[in-house]
Design a protein around this ligand. Structure first.
Ligand SMILES: Cc1cc2nc3c(=O)[nH]c(=O)nc-3n(C[C@H](O)[C@H](O)[C@H](O)COP(=O)(O)OP(=O)(O)OC[C@H]3O[C@@H](n4cnc5c(N)ncnc54)[C@H](O)[C@@H]3O)c2cc1C
Length: 462
């Protein structure tokens, strides 16, 4: 069978006869199934029976109403950036939402988008009107639906919270095939269960997102710190005084045996009056004379990872397995845990491949209740972005195991997972992860997806 072939049969498997309205739209071509059983992680591969590229919400309703009573798993694919099969559905259906990826309307304070739209398309449309979502993820090839399901953390999260926190309204199709519009006031329980809800209760069809005026330019600073304590002191200061519009950071291996820490901060401006560098930097503890400063158009700042991606595509690393781990750490364990992880023997590969992010966040700004975060006012995103060598299954397994070790180490200090990781998670792990929010999620799942067919790739349920 060839890629893109419309289903020539009305039966995708023995005993499964598709309803008429879906027969032309479910693709069972071999290449399509292979693609739907792969993702950015290249670690897990679970082939579905077919892939639906919906042309309307009615088709989504029809598929879910069909799959629910039969207990057929259904996953949604947007940008395909999952790293551990989260968007796959073994023996079921994948909904490829890129067929519903239009930016519908942009008005002065909001944009209405189909959930399969990529963030790059969203900002292209909003910037034409001089507007932007208040917070965006670092990478803009992810889909609106995929990021809203995860929550969405970015360089402006210290100020504006999650990408999901800027959602004003959602149109969703639940696991029972019901089309529902939800907002903080209308169907609030479903609204809260969908945002940062890992696609467990519904497929997002459309989202209305808040917009704010976009700056014309951005002044970007990289501030190198030789020691973690000076770095953390500066990050906490920047978090509380809010002098920068964007705050992130990285740990980088030095030419010597140790690590250095880089504050990555940026301030908006119009171009006619760039910010006064000394006023922004004078009281910080970075190594004087090593700071890097550049001035960028806002759009170039938003696409700041594109050049890196191009290089990684040329070297081939972009297409290798990515056993990534992202955690949220409580402030009081960072200075002990981060050096222990970076120096740990099991984490040796971090010294030779990948990227380590360490970014400060204010807990109160992350409002979607299903995003589980550690206790305390200040928390830190700690991301280990490993790349495995090609065709070395043992290395991938070692890295996944190393992720698990770090997860358990961090969990003992009260850390939580940003739940899009390459680690096996049992239903018991998920129950621990959600803590007091577990019952809320389980109730919403029981009501909106009683057949437990949606988003099986996370492994939340037995
Ligand atoms: C290079 C890279 C950079 C990243 N940078 C960031 C970052 O800066 N900040 C951040 O927070 N995250 C980041 N992520 C993580 C990323 O945001 C999540 O993995 C997100 O879920 C990816 O969305 P997607 O549509 O690309 O992925 P997909 O794999 O297509 O989908 C991911 C999950 O979302 C669900 N889903 C997708 N669309 C819908 C929908 N319409 N309705 C219901 N469920 C849906 C799927 O079922 C799947 O489980 C990054 C990932 C990569 C690979």
């Amino acid at each position: 069978m060839t890629e893109g072939a419309a289903l020539p049969l009305d039966r995708v498997a023995e005993g499964i006869s598709l309803p008429l309205g879906l027969r032309d739209s479910v693709d069972t071509g071999e290449q399509t199934l292979v693609r739907a059983s792969d993702d950015f992680g290249h670690i897990v591969a679970a082939p579905p029976l077919g892939v639906l590229r919906p042309r309307s919400e009615q088709q989504l309703q029809e598929l879910l109403a069909f799959a629910g009573p039969r207990g057929l798993p259904v996953a949604v694919r947007g940008g395909g950036h999952s790293v551990y099969g989260q968007g796959q559905a073994a023996g079921g259906f994948v909904i490829d939402m890129t067929s519903m990826g239009s930016v519908l309307t942009v008005s002065e304070d909001r944009v209405v988008v189909e959930a399969g739209a990529l963030w790059a398309d969203v900002v292209r449309a909003t910037l034409r009107r001089g507007l932007t979502p208040p917070v965006l993820t670092d990478h803009l090839s992810t889909s609106v639906g995929g990021v809203l399901c995860a929550g969405g953390l970015g360089s402006a999260s210290h100020r504006h919270g999650l990408v999901a926190d800027s959602v004003l309204a959602l149109d969703v199709v639940t696991g029972t095939g019901e089309l529902v519009t939800c907002t903080p006031e209308r169907e609030p329980e479903l609204f809260r269960a969908v945002l940062a809800g890992l696609g467990q209760c519904a497929v997002i069809v459309r989202a209305t997102l808040r917009l704010v005026p976009a700056p014309q330019r951005v002044r970007r600073y990289r501030l190198y710190h030789a020691d973690l304590s000076g770095y953390l002191a500066d990050q906490r200061k920047l978090l509380h005084d809010g002098r920068f519009d964007h705050v992130q950071g990285q740990a980088r291996l030095t030419a010597g045996p140790g690590w250095e820490f880089v504050v990555e901060a940026a301030a908006h401006h119009t171009g006619s009056r760039p910010p006064h560098d000394a006023g922004l930097l004078d009281d910080l503890h970075h190594e004087r004379g090593t700071e890097e400063i550049e001035d960028l158009a806002f759009i170039d700042f938003l696409h700041r990872l594109a050049a890196e991606e191009r290089i990684l595509r040329v070297t081939g690393e972009w297409l290798r397995p990515h056993p990534w781990l992202t955690l949220l750490l409580p402030d009081d364990c960072v200075s002990a845990l981060v050096p222990a992880v970076l120096g740990g023997e099991a984490q040796r590969d971090l010294r030779t491949t990948g990227l380590v992010q360490l970014c400060p966040l204010l807990a109160e700004r992350l409002r979607s209740p299903l995003l589980r975060r550690p206790a305390g006012d200040v928390i830190h995103l700690f991301a280990l972005r490993r790349t495995a060598p090609p065709a070395d299954r043992a290395a991938v397994e070692r890295m996944v195991e190393a992720n698990r070790t770090v997860y358990e180490q961090a969990r003992a200090f009260g850390a939580t997972a940003y739940p899009i990781n390459a680690i096996p998670m049992s239903p018991a792990d998920w129950r621990t992860h959600y803590g007091p929010a577990w019952d809320t999620l389980a109730r919403a799942k029981g009501r909106h997806d009683p057949g437990r067919i949606l988003a099986p790739g996370y492994g939340l349920w037995n």
